[in-house]
Structures are given as structure tokens and as C-alpha cells.
Design a protein around this ligand. Sequence first.
Ligand code: FE2
Length: 670
Amino acid sequence: MSKYNIQVFTGDYLGSGTSNRIYINLIGKIGSSGQHWIKTLTGLWAGSEQLISVHCKSDIGDLLLVELEAKPVALGLIDDDWFCSKIIVTTPEGVSKLFPCYCWMSSNKRLSLREAVAKLGTKDTAPELLAHRQDNLKRRRQDFRWGIYAEGLPHIVNAESPTELPPVVRFSFTKEKEFLFTLGAAFKELKLGTEFNNKDRWNNIGELSSLLSEKKKTTTTKYVEKNWMRDDFFGYQFLNGLNPTMIKRCSELPENFPVTNDMVKSSLPEKSTLEMEIEKGNIFLCDYKRLNGLQGNEIDERKQYLSAPLCLLFSTPENKLMPIAIQLDQKPGARNPIFLPSDNEKDWLLAKIFVRGAEFNEHELNFHLLRTHLLGEVFTMAVLRNLPSCHPLFKLLVPHVRYNLQINIMARNLLVSPDGVFSQYTAIGNKPMTEFLKRAASSLTYSSLCLPDNIRERGVEKIPNYYYRDDGLDLWNIISSFVHGVLSFYYNDEDVQKDKELQAWIDEIVENCFQEKSKTGFPQSFVTVEELSKFVTMVIFTVSAQHAAVNNGQFDFGAWMPNFPSSLQCPPPTRKGDTTDDTILKTLPDVSTTLNIMAVVYLLSRESSDRYPLGYFPEALFREDIPLDLIAKFQEDLRVLDKKIEKRNKKLDLPYTYLSPKNVDNSIAI
Ligand code: FE2
């Protein structure tokens, strides 16, 4: 008779324990133990570790699978789901084998677990394990089906409510409870009063200052309130604000932006010219052409206005980035003046406000929603449908897909639905929003998602004080070295080419992301470990670092409404000299829009207690020494980067903290 010692671990989420009867069956190469009831004196409580022994009358051979089955007590009247985290089996020979589970189990369901050692399909030989692999994918493909969001946009999970998702990808009870996605809750927390329906305009800018209690203001919201009108802070935000990847080096002025040297010479050093500064690489451009021609929304029967500005910036010898010319419409002409810092102060301020309004749309819809949330959803779906749990890439990527499906369903229902926040409180509204997203989706390229390529393509390698770029490249390199290490342990180039599951994964990503696949530069298949490593680095970077960079500062930079207006109530000015304080107040969003957007950016910037920062692998999925050593090195590299950023930030008036690894979540969960 051979004895197997078994440790049964129950998850520590609230409600993880069970009163159901749990049975275990050890399946070996030549036989099985038969079902044994996991009898415990203390029960399978949340966070518990239970020890049991299973005696087999005859040799079962190499242990391949552990099968669990739950049966209800009390004649099936009470079903009590169990969250099993892992099982560790010590064989009669004294070998300890880890079987990760990490999923919920309801009664009359069977779960079959295989050992943690990762395996490529081509290297699996036992028929039982090959069948297990196929069954795993078959179930997931039934659970996660593709759906269409809108034609021309990346595909989504086919579920209209989070309750339609399998429990394994849903929010934990803790997060569900904390995450009261209601504006009412945010209004209460921020003590914003009862004016959420007040359609009046603001009487003066000072009124905005008292909206937030001192307690709720952050270092950055205070800084923004004080400095929002300054040109150097306006320029700073293109580098280190909410949307740090839109600015490009201007090597030639666009034909539709006829800025002359005479217009901008007062902004340039003496004896220099615009041509000379363009040549030197000191002139930059932000072009909001994707917004061109879109009709503004109506809020409470009041017309709202969008503009599609062009903004020229100069990187000064004092290392500041200063706006030097703004044109608010794409078509040049007499009724579309080029505004300059030398203009009347109010004209210039209003022009900058229109740029910030355009920035709201580009940031929230393109750089936040599309380029992180929606792309993350495609990566998630492709992982779940194509990579079995024993696949090394599944183990590597599963921490990075956590909660992405649920948060996106909630965003589709509450933020960008026909009666959602965007329809009610932004100038772009619902229909133009979809058109804008389609335009943005057609600009999605592989290189724009790979930070080192993106920096090169935009020509911003040398621009000073670009902390997003510096911290982002450090993070990219740390992720890349970790990913390359792990993948090189499992793959050589030939393995990559032969791995059908891997090739199906990239195939589904490309198929569900793009209309015109060939033009995006995305790999259509993988040939080398290098190519694969770069792609996986991009996936992890996008859903962790890039999302943190564009998500976490929404309240910091957006709470002060004039810095991030979601809607503008007057058309862009068509001549100079007319703007007054009153024009600016009439143009800015009304009280209701201001308060509601403040509540939204507050909700979207909140930190969950249920978060895992980058580098954490809360589930013990790897068993081999090399991946475990690489995880430890990854965590150490991230700690060192945290310290480096902290040291740099001590010297800054406004610390840049969004890419400090400790502030970067593993996945898109908010
Ligand atoms: Fe987000």
C-alpha cells in the first residue's frame, strides 16, 4: 500500500471556504486512487491549509492529475462554492508536486488539475495530459466568446453584464463591495453637495477652488489649480501629464498650419529662427486632426463644441517646453487665426483651453479606452481561449489579464453607452465618439505600442525632463529582460514555430484587433524567441505601465476643470481681441458637467485594496527554479527602479509618480 500526503489550500478571499463535501482522486499513469472524501475536523475555511492522507492499494504510476469533485450536503439543498487555491501532493517516494487551482468550484462539478511544471503542447506526451490540455481549451472557448462592440473597433467579450462572466475572471467580493461604481457615492465622498443637476454656468473661476475640501486635494490637484494658466505647465503636461504620448517632433510644418517666423520670433532666442529651431529638433507638434469635422453633442438641449486644434511647441534652452502657436481648426483661413503667446492674455488662454478640451477626448477615448482597455481585452480573450493553464505563456500572462473583462463591461455600460457619462457630460457625445474611436483604431500600429520604437518614431529621444519616457523605458527594459529570460527557458526558435497554441494566440489577436491586418506592422505569426519576447513585453507594458501612466492621474490633472474640460459651450473664437473673462466662463462646462466629471475622474483614479502591483505573482503557477529565480530578480529590479524614481522626484517641484513600479498595477482593473 502506498501513502500520499496531501495539503489542500483554500483561498483567502471572503467566502472562499465551503461546507460542501469535497472528494479527491489521484490519477496516475497506470491507475488511480479512487475518490476520497477530504475529511477535516476544522473544515475548509478561507485561508486554511488542510492535511490529509490517501492510501492506494496498488501502484498508480507517475502522478499525472488531481481530480476534485464537490457534493452538496443536506440533500443538495445547500450549495456552497469553494475557492481552492492549490494542492500539494507528496508521493510515497517523498517527491512534492504542486497542482495550482485558483478557481471556484460549485457542487456536482469536477475539476481536473495538472502539475505546475509548465509544458508546451509539442512536449506533452502522455495521452491523459494531451486530452486534459484540449479539454481545458474547449471549456474556455465555450465560456469566452467574441462579440462585436462597433464595426472597425477591436472585438470584445460577448457579455453584456459582469454576471455573465465565469466567476474566475470576475471581481473578488472585496473589490465588488469597494467598487461602488456610482457617481452618487463619489459625490458623497468628495462632499460635492447637491448641485449635480445645476445647469448654471460658473460666475467666476474662484468658485471652483472651494469645490474640493483641502483633505481631498492632492499635491498635484493643488499644483494644477495654481499653475494651470502658465505656459510652461501647459507644455509640461504634453510630457508628463495624462497623455504623454501624443507629442511629436516637428520636422516640417504641416501645410494647413502656416506659422511664420515673424509670428513666433518673440518666443525664440535672439538671432534664432523657426527654421533653425526646426532644424535643431527643438520644435514639437500636437495635431488633433482626428477630431476634425465631428459635430458637438447637445447637453440639456444646449449645443456643445469640439475643435481639432494644432499646437506648436518649443523646447527652450532653459529646458522648458513652451507653446508658441495654436490654430483651433484644421482649415487655415482668415476666420481661423493662429493664436500666439504675444496676443491678448485672454485670447491666448481661451486657445489653450480649447487644446485642453481636445486633449480630453484624445486622452480618454484613444490613449486610455482604446489603446489600453480595449486592446487589453483582446489580449485577455486570446490568452483565455488559446493558451491552456499549463502553457508557460498562460502562466506568465494570467496576472496581467485580471479584472480587464469586468472593468471593460462596466465602462461600456456606464461610461460610453448611449445614456452613459460620455453622452451626458462631454462635447463628443455618443455617435461622434464611435466615429472618433474608429479613426483612432485605424492609427493603431505595433510600433506605436512598443515604447522604444514609439519614442524614436515621435522623435522625442532628447527632449529634456520627459519623465514618462525615462521611467517608461526603464520599465520596458526590466519587463523585457524578465520576459526574455522566462521565454528562453521554455523555447528555442524551432519550438516557437511549432507551437500551434502560441500561433493561434497571435492569430486571434490580429484577427480581432484590426480591419487591415497587414498595414499595422503587428506580427502575423512568430518565428523567433526574440520576436515573441518583444510582443509579450508590449502586452505586459500596455496593460500595466501604459495603463498606469494614462489612468492614475485622472483626478490629479482632471479635478481642476479648466485644465481638463470635458465639454465647451461656445464655438472656438474666429478672431482675436474679443475674449473676456466672461467669454471664458461662458465657454467652460456648466456646474453640473463640472461636478459629474470630477466625480468620474475621482472614481477612475481610486486605488483598490485588492490590487497587485507589477511584479507580484499572487498565484503559485511556476514550479521550476529558473522562472522562480527570474521572478525574484524582476521584483528586485523593480524595487531598485522605485528607489531611483524616488530620488529623482525629490528634486522636482511636481514629482512624477505614475510609473513608479509600486504604483503600477499588474493589470487593467480600473
Ligand atoms: Fe483605466
